[in-house]
Design a protein around this ligand. Structure first.
Ligand SMILES: Nc1nc2c(ncn2[C@@H]2O[C@H](COP(=O)(O)OP(=O)(O)OP(=O)(O)O)[C@@H](O)[C@H]2O)c(=O)[nH]1
Length: 323
């Protein structure tokens, strides 16, 4: 058996590697990215930079190396920086040390893995941020007694969830920032939200900003599987194909048992058919024959693909590292 991914390979071969967004737009027609100009959200963040002491960049732990927006580093990189790799509950972290080494080699020296649903590793953040700020030059904020932090990241990685989780852990208070399963929930840079009393610490939530250039189709697929791009803009069938390819490549075969397959399979059509039958996701179509029309019941491939992707995102196909 091969790993599959035939649909994905076809797309990959049809565009140039390292293509810019103009070339990629057929595949990743991302709505909120403006080519050749800084996205409005980022402009606003840059303007607010003088009000903050530290930047927390949140990213998905399943893609520690892919899809981080380089514009963040270019435009906001002068402040102390903490990289939070969130959704650690969904990521296979058996190679955590290698990941940390590689990140250190890039630009990220301060990294924390978190789970904002179960509040894991959240309590270590306030002391770490305090340390980073105290070791830095706060310029015009050197007299300020409170600490202000900007939370940035691509859409849907858990920026609002992190703020809510910090508030739960340190202030025993509930939600202050809206959370949602789809990208684009946070629309504006909010006013500051308190997350700790001692030291007084305030966080700014910001809208997710994707990179205006997605370097490769593979990076785009990973970002899409992590839910940072709306599914229908990429296509559930292509995403499902890339997911099957990844699961086979990583030898994560729990989909076989879950969907009553006999063995691992590299043919997405076959897998989606089995999923549709198992979940009763079928629809009626009219077939035209020479002697009259007949109604046929056929598998609903899109619904099956959607279920496959959703099951992966919930972690029900096991913990996976996409990078
Ligand atoms: N499994 C898991 N899910 C998480 C975690 N953190 C956040 N989520 C979920 O991820 C989704 C997105 O969370 P948000 O906090 O809205 O993400 P965001 O980055 O603020 O999103 P935008 O406002 O779109 O940029 C929600 O469904 C959260 O419940 C986590 O640690 N583990």
């Amino acid at each position: 058996m091969t790993t599959g991914g035939f649909l994905y390979q076809k797309i990959k071969n049809s565009v140039f590697q390292n293509a810019n967004l103009t070339k990629m737009q057929n595949i990743f027609p991302i709505r909120n990215v403006q080519i050749d100009q800084m996205p409005a959200g980022l402009k606003r963040m840059k303007a607010d930079l003088k009000k903050v002491d530290c930047i927390i960049e949140v990213h998905d732990a399943r893609i520690p190396f892919s899809g981080r927006n380089p514009l963040f580093h270019e435009n906001l990189g002068i402040k102390p920086h903490l990289l939070v790799l969130n959704k650690m509950d969904l990521a296979d972290l058996t190679e955590k040390e290698r990941i940390l080494r590689h990140l250190r080699y890039q630009d990220a020296k301060n990294v924390v893995f978190t789970d904002c649903v179960k509040d894991e590793n959240i309590r270590e953040m306030v002391p770490l941020i305090t340390e980073l700020i105290q070791a830095s030059n706060r310029y015009q904020r050197s007299e300020a007694l409170d600490y202000c932090i900007m939370v940035i990241g691509v859409p849907n990685v858990g920026k609002s969830s992190l703020i809510n989780s910090l508030r739960r852990c340190h202030l025993k208070k509930g939600k202050a920032s809206r959370v949602g399963g789809e990208p684009g929930i946070t629309r504006a840079v909010l006013s500051s939200i308190q997350v700790s009393e001692r030291p007084p610490m305030f966080l700014f939530d910001t809208p997710g900003v994707l990179s205006p250039q997605i370097a490769t189709v593979e990076t785009g697929m990973k970002l899409a599987l992590c839910g940072t791009i709306l599914d229908h803009l990429v296509g559930e069938d292509i995403m499902a194909d890339y997911l099957l390819y990844t699961l086979n490549k990583k030898q994560k075969f729990s989909y076989v048992e879950r969907y009553d397959l006999e063995e691992p399979c590299d043919d997405i059509e076959n897998v989606l058919k089995k999923i549709a039958i198992k979940l009763n996701k079928t629809h009626k179509v009219k077939a035209f024959t020479g002697v009259g029309d007949i109604n046929m019941i056929v598998p609903n491939y899109t619904a099956a693909a959607y279920d496959f992707i959703r099951t992966f995102r919930k972690g029900d196909l096991g913990k996976v590292m996409l990078d």
